[in-house]
Ligand binder design. Structure first.
Ligand code: ADP
Length: 313
């Protein structure tokens, strides 16, 4: 299984990309839908909201009155935190439940408008960002989705910036053309990068990067930082340090950067315990001539990596 995070600012065109991926077999998990489900009428989540914010967050028929909740929850940092402390764990648990139910060979597509705002990027094998300039998004939201212009502007302003999305994007899809052009670009990414990546993860196969990278920011430092965060998410408390210690280039293509990371652990037993989590996360083990290091490569045909897991002493 691999997990793909799909995000983009409001009105960017996530729906087109999600539909393309779903039509080709993605296992879809919709964050907005889950957020509504966990506080639907009759749920324990809604009962918790009533306990925290009072009966008047309910509509006459016992559902959630969103404007009434917003009026109470978005007045201070404390009340916003209280709201999040109720909804976030419920959303997290339901997302995990759906992910666990996906088949072993699934390509899980997690559709998350606020992926960047929620600092979730490291938890995916790949992050796909759909982009359109603000003026285009605004026009589409008003003309096609019938949103009020001031409301749309306010929502755009409250979200992450393009730079913040750039920093976490593994795949950047530009939607300034037609919906068909976007769907074609999404399909190309699906067939050439995402499906082979899933196959390589299943086979625990290390590959040289072989396709053009559509990374938003091809700077090596940004790429290294992205991988450090991703490896931290996979190894968690088992590591003492995860560092980006250099960059080499792909054997067949000197222009392709291969970030080199070092994971420091207590001893070889701890290094071996990380073999499976790293392999499942897209970094399969590779042969080593040094008995004290456990090296890993990359299953992503769009981006190479070398991750050396070493004991501290
Ligand atoms: P998101 O899900 O990212 O918020 P949507 O996919 O709903 O955004 O797109 C916003 C609006 O713009 C929708 O009405 C959609 O039909 C329209 N749209 C998306 N892409 C294009 C495009 N390339 N050209 C014209 N309209 C588009």
């Amino acid at each position: 299984m691999i997990r793909i995070g799909l995000t983009g600012g409001i009105g960017a065109g996530k729906s087109t990309v999600a539909q393309t991926f779903i039509a080709h077999g993605a296992y879809h998990i919709d964050a907005d839908k889950i957020a509504r489900e966990v506080v639907a009428r009759g749920t324990p989540g809604l009962a918790q909201l009533v306990e925290a914010f009072g009966e008047d967050v309910l509509t006459a028929d016992g559902g959630l009155d969103r404007p009434a909740l917003a009026a109470k929850a978005f007045v201070s940092d404390d009340s916003r935190k209280l709201l999040n402390s109720i909804t976030h764990p419920l959303i997290g648990a339901r997302t995990q439940e759906l992910t666990d139910a996906a088949p072993d060979d699934a390509i899980v597509l997690h559709d998350v408008p606020l992926l960047v705002e929620g600092h979730m990027a490291p938890f995916y094998h790949l992050v796909v960002v759909v982009h359109a300039d603000e003026d285009i998004r605004l026009r589409r939201l008003v003309e096609l989705r019938g949103m009020d212009a001031a409301d749309a502007e306010q929502r755009i302003a409250a979200q992450a910036t393009d730079e913040q999305r750039h920093a976490v994007a593994d795949i950047w899809l530009d939607n300034s053309g037609t919906p068909d052009e976007l769907a074609d670009a999404a399909l190309a990414v699906w067939e050439r990068r995402i499906v082979p990546f899933r196959d390589n993860v299943s086979a625990r196969r290390d590959v040289e990067p072989s396709i053009d990278d559509t990374t938003a920011d091809p700077e090596w430092t940004a790429l290294g930082a992205r991988l450090v965060n991703r490896v931290w998410a996979l190894v968690g408390g088992a590591a003492q340090a995860v560092e980006h210690c250099g960059t080499s280039s792909a054997a067949g293509n000197p222009a392709r950067p291969i970030p080199e990371l070092t994971v420091t652990v207590a001893d070889l037993v701890a290094a071996e315990a990380l073999t499976e989590p790293l392999a499942a996360g897209g970094f399969p083990p590779v042969e080593s001539d040094d008995p004290h290091v456990r090296p890993h490569g990359s299953a992503d045909p769009g981006r190479g990596a070398r991750v050396s897991v070493r004991p501290a002493e």
